[in-house]
Design a protein around this ligand. Sequence first.
Ligand code: HAX
Length: 427
Amino acid sequence: MSTLKEALAKRIPEWRKEIADLLAAHGDTVISQVTMRQAYGGMRGVKGLVCDTSLVDPYKGLTIRGTPIDQLADRSAEEILFLLLVGELPNQDELKHLKQNLFVRSEVPDYVWKILRDMPHTAHPMDMLITAITTLEEESVFRRKYDEGMKKDEYWEPALEDSLNLLAKLPALAAGVYRIRYDKGDLILPDPKLDWAANYAHMLGNDTADFLDLMRLYMVLHSDHEGGNVSAFTAHVVASALSDPYYAVAAGLAGLAGPLHGLANQECLKFVLGVIDRFGGAPTPKQMEEYTWEVLNSGRVVPGYGHAVLRATDPRFTAFHAFGKKHFPDDPAFETVAVGFEVIPKVLQEHGKAANPWPNVDAGSGAILHHYGITEMRYYTVLFSVSRAMGMCSQLVLSRAMGEPITRPKSVSTAWMKDQVAQPAGA
Ligand code: HAX
């Protein structure tokens, strides 16, 4: 049976040559310029990174290896992982092998459960997930092989091994975080007949066909979002120091746990429930407008709206919206998100600050989870994390395969900036 590793091993020499040829011929070509505003402004728009797994077009949104995300919404997470890494979808044989391979690696050692159970009962679920991952670092093959003196050419192999081991365990780990943190009873064992995403749903404790489908969609939509977002970039930088994938993914997830990034889904449901609470159900457009202005006038951001790169409605929002519309159009939380979509972009345009007034992926996902009984909103970023780990791992395996060096941009001081624009004495 052919494997993901074999498929990747075939592609790597081609890609290495492609990059070497490009650099030999055009290595000194300028691809970006940096203004002072960009240096002080989160490096927005600076092109100084390469990511081949996915790309975000400001108007069309996410494409994975060139395919728009809405055309991949019916695929399994395993297919997406293969696509991210290898650049093409797996054949039946490769897919079957990957599913089995992930299942075989999925058992979580007891010492991890012990640590999670010993954590304070008030711990944030993201703290628990990150702790579980750093605890699992004990298993790192990359670190062991590095200590044994592996060659640079070989780095990608144990990076892939660690990535597959970690990804295989993540659904069980994340479901365990949910069940331990929220007293949901015993842990549930995975079912060998289910795929990776459906097993996550099953281990959370909901085996209905709709919820399994939702988890499949959720895991695909959040899987990757090019290289410059906080979590991907953080994981990339940490892995560039040859820290192993457990450290890199844990670091990336610490970034995802920020309210301007992955934690926004938690904030979004808080916003939606606040609206429902205030108006006793889904609001009218007028009420939604009033509420949104209140949030803005109190100096807060409207969660789920705006984006550092996108300048149109996020196709991932559209996919979630279509799911909600099909399965539960009358749910008050879904209706509230729908009214928000009608009203909030206009309010943000009138407010005049946000460069992008349109919804991002987080605007509606919480309302959908809420419908299926996952009401513990502090847990939502964990779901995002399980999926996004696929992107982080794929990117770091490819970075090692391409022999990328340690990341180290140059910083400058404000005094240096002032010197650049100082008039010569007497001018
Ligand atoms: N509500 C109110 N104000 C907003 C806003 C929003 N949804 N989005 C942007 N703005 C404001 C910014 O706070 C900024 O204000 P100041 O000049 O006073 O600092 C101004 O508009 C310009 O910001 P921008 O250039 O449009 O946006 P950034 O690239 O700086 O930031 C963010 C992008 C996603 C962080 C921003 O739009 C935001 O805070 N959105 C709400 C939080 C959110 O939904 N985050 C999830 C994003 C998707 C993601 O990463 N998921 O993981």
